[in-house]
Design a protein around this ligand. Structure first.
Ligand code: 1CP
Length: 333
């Protein structure tokens, strides 16, 4: 069994597995090198050889316990024929959503449009660098995908005032997202993904009263589906206020926490395995500060099944040497 499986399945507390959200990415010079000659981000995600190579880049440098496949949550709208582009220093831009067109997409059209992603998973899973480590597949949560597909850009700028206006559009789109999420998850698992992480990056945008419809219900359905494939589900509902309630309703195998919640409160309230939490900005400081913060998390979760990770993705300004120091510090704890 891998260290991560020891934590998830056997609830072991004496192993300290570690992987990092966005561990393959812009903070690595070797990633930027590939990116220079591949300006179209979606095209890069759909190049199985390069996607597998990028996925494995951090594993070549650091003693990480998992590879997370190099792709994007927005590959799902792309697979549904909604155009997705990434603009430098701005983020994703999506084309207008047409419900009529969206309703006509078939499962096989979707799968064949993004099949290189599955090929990349296969390459990663069968590479010797992932031996005794896990290959993690992922999806965006239904709510977070709905946000991008209807808002057509990152909600960090703003969520359009009339976002919730067209109820029919919202409900039908959500249903279609759920359907293709299941197809996408199944395809990833069939090609070697051993764990699925669900990223709900914008869960924190919702009022408490809307969580049930947009977050709890659809995510619980997905978790049940993942469990039916005999695969563990890790949920990352960034910014939710009540992680305990989230766990009780959604029932993930592992809960990944953001850096705004108190880890000691989580440790007391939640019994399932926990992942993550440390603020990615700590990696922009120095070794002493970093070590103190790593120890803080490892001490708090000393008697709790825990997978070390950050409370959001690693920042592009991060020095890879500090990342190396982080992984070593966790492993030598
Ligand atoms: O070179 C570049 O500029 C590309 C930057 C980049 C990368 C490396 C983007 C654009 N996506 C990715 C890969 C990616 N995205 C991974 C790969 C595996 C890994 O972790 O190493 C994963 C898991 C994601 C997930 C993802 N994409 C999320 C969820 C996690 C999170 O950060 O909250 C989200 C919201 C996206 C959308 C996205 N992709 C990229 C950008 C710039 C954005 C928008 C973020 C925003 O709205 O601000």
């Amino acid at each position: 069994m891998t260290p991560i499986e020891e934590v998830i399945i056997n609830k072991r507390t004496s192993v300290n597995p570690v992987w990092i959200m966005r561990q393959a990415g812009r903070y690595l010079p070797e990633f930027r090198e590939i990116r220079k000659t591949n300006p179209d981000f979606i095209k890069l995600c759909l190049n199985p050889t390069l996607a597998a190579e990028i996925t494995l880049q951090p594993l070549k440098r650091f003693n990480l316990d998992a590879a997370i496949i190099f792709s994007d949550i927005l590959i799902l709208p792309y697979g549904c024929k909604q155009k997705v582009e990434f603009k430098k220093n701005f983020g994703p831009i999506l084309a207008d959503l047409n419900l009529n067109d969206l309703s006509k997409i078939t499962e096989s059209e979707f799968t064949s449009k993004i099949s290189p992603v599955y090929k990349a998973i296969n390459l990663v899973k069968n590479n010797k660098l992932t031996k005794n480590k896990n290959t993690i597949g992922f999806v965006g949560a239904p709510w977070t995908l709905l946000v991008y597909m209807i808002n057509k850009q990152s909600p960090k700028f703003n969520l359009n005032n009339n976002f919730f206006k067209d109820k029919i559009l919202i409900q039908q789109t959500l249903k279609i997202i759920e359907k293709f999420l299941m197809v996408h998850i199944k395809n990833q698992v069939d090609n070697g993904a051993e764990i699925i992480q669900i990223f709900d990056s914008w869960a924190g945008l919702l009022d408490e009263k809307d969580l049930d419809f947009y977050v709890y219900k659809p995510t619980h359905t997905l978790v049940r589906f993942i469990k039916s494939l005999k695969i563990p589900a890790i949920c990352f509902p960034r910014g939710v206020k009540d992680y305990k309630k989230y766990c009780e309703i959604v029932k993930p195998d592992v809960i990944c926490i953001d850096y705004e919640v108190s880890p000691s409160k989580i440790e007391k309230e939640i019994t399932i395995p926990v992942q993550g939490g440390m603020d990615p900005k700590i990696l922009l400081t120095d070794k002493e500060t970093l070590k103190k913060e790593i120890f803080k998390y490892l001490d708090i979760f000393k008697n709790h099944p825990y997978i070390f990770n950050l409370g959001h993705g690693v920042l592009p300004q991060t020095d890879p040497n500090l990342m190396e120091y982080l992984v070593k510090t966790v492993k030598n704890y």
